[in-house]
Design a protein around this ligand. Sequence first.
Ligand SMILES: [Zn+2]
Length: 265
Amino acid sequence: MTSEIRRVLAVGAHPDDVEIMCSGTLIALHQLGHEVHVASLTLGDCGSVELSAEEICSIRHREAMKACEVLGATYHHLGFNDLCIFNDDNSNRRVTALLREVNPSLVITHSPNDYMSDHEITSLLVRNACFNASIPNYKTKVREVSCTLKIPYLYYAQAMEGIDIFGKKITPQFYVDISGLMEQKLEMLACHESQRSWLRAHHGMDEYIDSMRRFSSSLGKRASIVSERPITYAEAFRQHCGHAYPNDNVIATFLPEGVITEPAY
Ligand SMILES: [Zn+2]
């Protein structure tokens, strides 16, 4: 079963989150023939100090579509607003509608612990949607498509800088070696020019790209130590293994050479 071509869905709160947290792994899965979908709950309406919400949303929508073209993925956005992602009934039904529409067998989203509430609540909404989508009597208000047949594999990417809100390190379960995919990951991230130029103006350097490269490099260093082989860049994940969710590591099955287990997890 696990060697089948599958549909993969990565969900972030904001338009560039998926690129930052897991695009290397998505590229690797896409190269194996898996169909990849990327979604953001918002279009990043607070992502500018100069443009109106409508103007920046339109720009960021184009940027997100362009990044997905690099990956060969389908892009979805759910019409939420920045800083307004809440765990309420309507939000759960909207995210469940996405799960039913895409019907993925593998889902990646934010860490349940992260630096901002939009990320954490997105993580919870996606977790709930993976469960809720297969329940026939749970109706989504957006549009009705048939419910999914089973709960997908669910993974949480590393939080921003790999730390929780107390600054404590979050130990990953495993790493994915993305050393050979870094150029494509950078190309995807560079599509989000509005965010890159904003940080460049603020920091006086290309912090948008550099911070992602530094973080991927730090994960690669740890993966190198654990695996005793050189890994320049990595991404890191934990799997949701609670009741009813599949808990064998299907990413490790798909990428047997690329996955390195963290012994300290
Ligand atoms: Zn974000």
